[in-house]
Each structure stands twice: as C-alpha cells, then as structure tokens.
Design a protein around this ligand. Sequence first.
Ligand code: BG6
Length: 487
Amino acid sequence: MVSRVIPVDPFDLILFGATGDLARRKILPSLFHRYQIGQFSPESRIIGSSRSKLDRAGFQDLVAEAIREFGQAGETGDADISDFVQMLDYVPVDAKGDTGWPELKAQLRPDVIRAFYLSVGPSLFPDIASRLSSFGVTTPESRIVLEKPFGHDLASAQALNAALSSHFTEDQIYRIDHYLGKETVQNLMALRFANSLFEPLWNSTHIDHVQITVAESIGVAGRGEYYDRSGAMRDMVQNHMMQLLCLTAMEPPSKFTPNAVRDEKVKVIEALEPVSQETLARGQYRASRSTSEPDSYLDHANNPASTTESFIAIKVQVANWRWAGTPFYLRTGKCLRARESEIAVYSRDPPHNIFEGAAGVHGNVLVIRLQPDEGITLRTTIKDPGPGGMRLTAANLDMTFADSLPEAGRPQDAYERLIMDVIRGNQTLFMRGDEVEAAWAWADPIIAGWSQGAGDAPQAYDRGSSGPDDSLLLMHRDHRRWRGIGT
Ligand code: BG6
C-alpha cells in the first residue's frame, strides 16, 4: 500500500501542563502515534513543562507510562516508546512567576517551527502568554494552542482574546475544539461538499428537521467541581455541539481554507434566533435501581442543592433563507443509556401518497454517526418483500467506515490530526476568536434565563435512560420524536 503519511517539518513543541490528565490521556499518546507512523522528522522535539520538579528521565518515564496506559502502542510498542521518549525534554516553569523561563528559552532552536501548547486551565492563558512574550521565548512564527474551555461567558472570552492578542496575532492562535478533529466530523464536510447529490436537497424545502445528539454514558465522577460550574450548556453545547450545528447548516465555503470555512460558520452562529426557555429542557441524573452504578449527579457536585444541568435539549432556529422553517434539535447529556453521537437529517414526507392504505410512507433520514461505529446510514422506504399486496417497510442503506475502508487501520484520535495541523500551520479545524465570542453571545442569555428564574431546577432523569421527560415533550409539542439512544 502507498504510504499516505506526509512528514511534517522539524518542530519544538512545548507542552505546558505536561504532567496533567489531558496531556497523559490524549496529547502525548497522540504525538506518539504520529511519531510511530513516521510523520516526525528526527530533529523534532517535545519539551514538557509544568510546575512539577521533574528531570528529563522522570518525564520520559511518565510519558512512557501514559502511552502504555492510554495509547495504542501495537506490537512494536515498547521499542517504539523507548525511541519516542528520546525526543523528549523537560523544563519546569512557574506560570505565575519568573522561574524557568530563561531556561526554557535557552532550550529552543531558532530555525524550527515553535508551538506552545497550553494544556492548562484558562486562568493561566494570559499569564503564560505574557511571559512567553516578555522573556522573549516567542518568535513571530510561533504558534500557541489553547484548550477549552475558552471562557465561561462572552465577557471572559473577550478578555482572553484581548489578553492573547497583545502577544500573538490571530493566525498564530489555535483554539482547540477536539470535535473538529474527529474523522466523521470532517467527513460531514466531505459528504456535503464533495458529493453533488445532497447539497441541492440540503435546505428547508426538503429537510423537515435535524437532530444532533451527543449522548454519553459516563457521569461526572472525578470532574464534579469543574462540571458543576459549567453544566452541559457550557461544557458541550457552546463548543462541540455548536461546531456540529455550524458544519451541518453552513453555506458551502468557496474554498477549503481556514478563513473561508470559519467565515461561513460565524454566519450560522450569528443567524441563530434567541432561544426561549419554553423550547429547551434541562435535566440532572439521579441514581437508578436498574443500573449497577448507584451514584447521582449530586454525589459529585460540591453543592448538595446544585441546579447544574447534566442534560440539555434545545430547539434551535437558524434564521436565514436556507433554514427558515427547519428546526435543529440539539441534545446532549451524561449517564444516558449509551455513548452515541450522531447527526440525523430528516427529509420531508413525500408530498402525496400513491400507496393508499399502505402505512409507512415517510421521509428519508440521513444519519451521520460520529461515534461509536462511525459511518453513514440512509433510511429508505421499500416494498416489504413477498405476497400481501403493496406493503411498505423501512430499510437502511448502511456504510460503516471500518467496513468500507479496512486499510485505514486503527481509529485516529481527534488530537492527532489537530496537533499535526498546528505544526503544518493549518487553522481550518480551529476556532477563530470571533467565532468563540459569537457562540458565547448566543449561549449567555439562555444561561441567564435559568440562573435568574425561580423554576430553574433541572428535571431529574434516571441514570441509563434517554434523559428527562421534558426532552420528550419538547419534541412531542412539535409532533416529532427523538431517535432512540442505545436501541
Ligand atoms: C469534553 C467535555 O470537551 O468532551 C467532556 O469536557 C466530554 O465532558 C467530552 O465528556 C466528550 O468528548 P468525546 O470525544 O468523548 O465525545
């Protein structure tokens, strides 16, 4: 098979928060995988940094352990891990003080790509950005990568953007939303803009409604403190689900370039109508006797009377010519029946039923499955085979990527693609500053609506269910139904 791996130019990647959870679970194993397939030139280096007083050998051990625990090392694993850790170095720095910065600067080479990856809480973004600049660690070509959450609301996102822009230009800033690195999310763009069949039908004349679901089976154990300040709206909707909505609803960009794509996404966010509290449903999971895990959301929140939502469903209207009259329903939650994420595009029913008396003449449903079992399904109506007259039934045209493209091999983690794009200098799959702010400008009034009201407690739902009853009612009122979760 011809290798599809395109090596990237040599780089110094400086990873702040290098001993943290995200670095160990995702970033370092992703770097290892791309090293293992031969995408790194031998002169490239990864320099870990954090407050921990580790030395190089200590960091190498930590990374090797993280890859064994969270990576997919494959058969040649241990030998490859030993080679990989030779690229690593470690410099402790104090993000809020002056120690370590001159040593970090001394480590970096002038003639290779320089990327600073801030896998730290957003409160440290301004501190690190300003010290990178005041200690002369950055160059005009350096890139800075920021993890979510990017702000807590519009004001804090604006403040972060302003703090960063004093030291970096927008084309140096890479704001990560890891959903954009998922293969199927990128496939959504391929499906829409590399095929001619779908796009002419992709509008309110033909599409009845769209359901976007990101269902998770895990709860908030271990992250209760962070999560209780965020809730599903800030943790998932303002960022990941907004990106899915944008890619589904946007106009075709003229080119597949960073600003052409991001311009179109911003237009979608700016076209969103304000959401009234009547067209959303919030839930919080409680223990259920039917599941083996006995804990409820409140067991993990700091506040025993917390009203933070672990589930939200929202009806969203994109007010433009393409989508007027076609609602988008977004739904996400923790501790649901299954981990299942998909975008389901429902076409309108046929305008006239010639099969009189035959039940089941419905519109088609195009389902883009993000995870697990990535693929695309088109629900069609066919004749029920055999005798019995013209009876109709539903049948799926089904495509899973694993079956159709077996040579693609092991599943790619979203971070792999995104980190390589940072090195390549391609911002297409990263959020621009105005995009993040527009998403907060839409989300803020919704959140303000329930944090001020008396009736702002989310409705309880059982662990392992499909969410609260209010979510079903939201659809019911529109004479529609959610697709099943885990069915
Ligand atoms: C993160 C959220 O951004 O995305 C988590 O903070 C969530 O709460 C996670 O579990 C979901 O990501 P994925 O890739 O597992 O769908």
